[in-house]
Design a protein around this ligand. Sequence first.
Ligand SMILES: N[C@@H](CCC(=O)N[C@@H](CS)C(=O)NCC(=O)O)C(=O)O
Length: 203
Amino acid sequence: MKLRYSPTSPYVRKVVVTAIEAGLDERIERIETDVWNPATDIAEDNPLGKVPALVTDEGRVLCDSPTICDYLDSLHGGPRLIPAEGPARWQVLNLHALASGIMDAAVARVVEHRARPEHLRFGGWLERQKLKIDRALDSLDRQAAEGALDDPVNLGTITVGCALGYLDLRFSEDAWREGRPALEAWYDAFSQRPSMQATVPPT
Ligand SMILES: N[C@@H](CCC(=O)N[C@@H](CS)C(=O)NCC(=O)O)C(=O)O
C-alpha cells in the first residue's frame, strides 16, 4: 500500500497511528506530498487534492481518513479499532467525530492565517473556529473525567490524541491544558504510546 503523506497533517497522523496500532505500518510506503505546492500531483490520486489518500495493493485509491482507517481496520486480526456493533461503536464513532471537528476547525484557522492576506481575514469566522475547539475540549475533559476515554486504544482515542497533538503544534499559545486536568492527564499517558511517539510532527 502507498500513503500520500504529510508529516504535519493531523489526519495523516491518525491514519499512521491506526496503521501502527493495527500492526500494518510496515506494509505502507509513505509518499511525502506537499498539497500546497502548485506542482503537486496529489489530484491524480485524490480529486479533492488532500492528504491522506491510500493506494491499496489492488490499486484502489481511498481518500478521507475515516475511510482509510476503516479499511485498515478490516485488514488485521487484532481487536477492532472501530467496534463492529453495540454501544461501543457509537461511543467510538462519536468521539472520533468530536475530535475530527477539532482538527477541522484548527486546520481552518491555520489555512486562514497562512493563505489569506491579513486585510482579507474574517476575524469573526476565526473566533467561531476557536469557540468550536474550546467547547469540544471542554466536552472531552468531562468525558475523560468520567473515564470515557479509558477504553483500549480505538479510532476515537487515536483521533483525540492526534487532535491534541496538532493543537500543541499549531496553537501552543492557546494552552488547551489550562482548566482541563482530566484531559491533560489522559493525554500525558496516551501520548506515550509507541504509535504516538513514532509520529510526533516536526516543529
Ligand atoms: N476530511 C479529510 C480532511 C483532509 C485534509 O483536509 N487534509 C489537509 C491537510 S491537513 C489537506 O490536504 N488540505 C489541502 C486542501 O484542503 O486543499 C480527512 O479526514 O482526511
